[in-house]
Every structure is written in C-alpha cells, then in structure tokens.
Ligand binder design. Structure first.
Ligand SMILES: *Cc1c(COP(=O)(O)O)cnc(C)c1O
Length: 388
C-alpha cells in the first residue's frame, strides 16, 4: 500500500490526503519520498523562516534537546528568558510575554486576557474581520470570520461582530464602549494575503483607543521578517495592546507567543493561564536561532525582487500580484488555483492554492535570488499548463 493510502486509513478525514509526501529538505529545496526535487515556495505556511536544515537551527535544537528538553512551567529555564527578552528588545515597547505551542493557543491567551479586561470594565462583545483567520480552537474559532469553518461549531460563549476587512468606517460603527477587543490581522493571510488600504491599522488603533477597546494584532503569519519588518504593525507605526505570534517564530519547531503591551501586560493574575509544553527549552532555542539569523531588510529586498519578477510576467491567467515582503499571492483571472498548484508541482515548485483565485508564495526568508528567478522563469509555462 502506498503512503497515501496508509495515510487515508490511519487519519481522520479533516485534511483529505495531501498531494505529496515529503522526505527531507535543505535550504529552500525539498525532496519527496520518491526522490523528486522541488523548490519550496510554501515554507510550511510561512513557518520555515530559515529554510530546511539551517545549521544554526540544527545546532541550537540538537544542543538543547541533549541538554534539557523540558521543564514544564514549574521550573524556569534560560532559553525562555533569553527569548522573551529578545522579543521585547525587537518590539521596542514595554511589554510582557506568554509562550504557547501554536498560533491558535497564542490567540486563546489573547482571548482570555481580553475577557478579563471585558469583565473588569463591563464590556460584552468582540469585533473581528470577515474572512479573517485566527485558529481552530473554540475561542480563536469564534473570532474567525469564515462561515464554512466556524458556524457548524457554534454557538460560542461571547458574541463576535464581524466587519468587512479594510473598511475603517464599518469598524468605527462596530466598536462601541461595550466592545471588549478588536482582533485584526495587519494583512489577512488565509483570506488570500490581502493587505488593507493604507492607514487602516492606524485607524483601528484610534478607534479602539477612543472606545476603550483592546486592539489585538494577530501577527501569527505576518511577523518575524515576513513582511520585511520584524513585525508588520511596526511598519504602520501602530502599537497594539496585545500581539500574537507563532508560525515563523520557531522556524519549524512549535511555539506561539502572546505579548501584552502597557496595561495589558499585567491583566493576568497568578494562576489565570498556563501551558505544560508552552515555551519549552527546545522550541525556545529554535526561536532564538531564528531571531539571530533572520534579516528583515534582506527579506524585504528578496520580496521586492520576487514581486518585480512576477509582475513582469504577462499571462492571460495572471490578474496581478498582492501582498507584503516575501509573502505574496498570485491573483488569477479564473478560480483555478488548484490547477496552478499542480502544474507548479509538476514543474518542480511548491506553491499553495490558498483561495480559488489566489496562490500563496511564502518561501523561506533565506530563498536566493537564483531560486526566485527560477520560479519567475517557470511561471508562464506553469500558468499555460494550468489554463488547459
Ligand atoms: C496560522 C494562523 C493561525 C493559527 O495558527 P495554528 O498554529 O495553526 O494554530 C492564527 N492566526 C493566523 C493569522 C494564522 O495565519
């Protein structure tokens, strides 16, 4: 039996059977179980910041797992302190950190933090954006503005009002003095790598401040250099009340973080939240290696190169390119992203059919100019193949 058939027999059907079984990787290249080689422009969904098998990541993780793999939160360890300090240094604001294991858990922490604030101030509902994605556990799912994955699991404990993303007037209407918090992605990821109009995030900051609601920036996909800045909100000149991180932070090791700024840093009392594995030494060592080796300016330069190359491709199926930094979507004239993904795979490139008309590119931040050029050169024939 093939690995695919064995997968289908052993796993719940929630993912379907993925189209490819990967065996190993090096830099921005991966190999499947048959030994075929691909350039990886998915990067584990914007997770593999340093690519595959980066020597600094391998060294840090190997050393840490051999030294001390786990302590639980009953004991502290140096890697978690170093990592929290490093994040605070990069954030350049008074803040405090909680470590979780994933994106959705980082958002659960933000959700509970906000609930504490809401109870203390007598507020009753959240606001989030249509088509936004915040995770699959119940709190984060309740904030996720995608009917298909949300509604069958409701009702949810706290009301969430959804507004069209990018519309500051609609946001202003929705955020009253009864609103606990607004959860927003600085650029929507799963919705199709959709940046908002200029000034939207700053407007959200002003609206939240005026109403006394917390602004929660979900940067689980947008942070750690992906947009050409350490954190996307820094490019907007906006400081949120709460920030959530995950994907690119661990470079492939599972870690999430929830950061509270100013008064939000100390909303939890002792005993209010916790995680057995969150911030474990191995994941913290990995994240420290990531932060020591990511260069946001380099990601910005490579993103500009990729974007310019893609924009120069003239093809009837390609409507345009959108996104930020090394985080782009090919926007298609027809809803055939699945065929583009398959044609790319056949040509030796991994790309992600994110929406019917949008293909996500989120390569490792260490992708080279030659690798970028290889995709740009191959794109016209990939699109022609997909259009057949
Ligand atoms: C991926 C993602 C999440 C969920 O992260 P998981 O680690 O899959 O739980 C939440 N918010 C955003 C913006 C994401 O991109």
């Amino acid at each position: 039996m093939s690995l695919y058939e064995r997968f289908e027999d052993a796993f719940m059907p929630n993912y379907g059977v993925p189209p490819l079984a990967l065996a190993r990787g090096k830099g921005s290249t991966v190999w499947d179980v048959e030994g075929r080689q691909y350039l990886d422009f998915v990067g584990g969904i914007a997770v593999d910041s340093l690519g595959h098998g980066h020597p600094a990541l391998v060294e840090a993780v190997s050393r840490q797992v051999a030294t001390l793999a786990h302590t639980s939160n009953l004991y502290l360890h140096e890697p978690e302190v170093l990592l929290a300090e490093k994040l605070l240094e990069l954030l350049k604001q008074p803040a405090k950190v909680f470590f979780a294991n994933s994106g959705t858990e980082a958002n659960e922490c933000a959700y509970k933090l906000a609930l504490k604030y809401g109870k203390a101030t007598g507020r009753s509902y959240f606001v989030a954006a249509e088509n936004g994605f915040h995770g699959r556990t119940m709190g984060a799912l309740s904030l996720t503005g995608k009917k298909a994955i949300r509604e069958q699991f409701g009702p949810f404990p706290v009301e969430v009002r959804f507004v069209p993303y990018g519309d500051a007037d609609a946001l202003k209407q929705a955020v009253t003095e009864d609103c606990i918090a607004v959860f927003l992605e600085p650029t929507q990821g799963e919705a199709g790598v959709v940046p908002p109009p200029e000034g939207y995030f700053g407007a959200a900051r002003e609206i939240c401040t005026a109403a006394g609601a917390l602004l929660v920036a979900d940067e689980i996909q947008s942070a750690i250099g992906r947009t050409g800045h350490w954190f996307a909100h820094q490019a907007e000149g906006v400081v949120p009340d709460v920030l959530t991180l995950a994907k690119g932070l661990g470079g492939g090791l599972p870690i999430g973080a929830c950061v509270g700024f100013g008064p939000a840093a100390t909303l939890f009392d002792k005993g209010d939240h916790g995680s057995t594995f969150g911030g474990n030494p191995v994941s913290c060592a990995a994240a420290l290696a990531v932060l020591a080796n990511v260069d946001p300016a380099e990601a910005a330069a490579k993103g500009a190169l990729l974007r310019a190359g893609l924009e120069a491709v003239k093809h009837p199926l390609l409507k345009g390119v959108r996104g930020r930094g090394l985080w782009l979507a090919l926007v298609l004239e027809e809803p055939v992203s699945g065929k583009v993904q398959q044609a790319a795979q056949d040509a030796g490139f991994l790309v992600n059919a994110l929406q019917p008309d949008a293909v996500r590119l989120a390569p490792p931040l260490v992708v080279t100019a030659e690798e970028i050029q290889a995709l740009v050169d191959a794109l016209p024939s990939i699109l022609t193949e997909a259009a057949k």
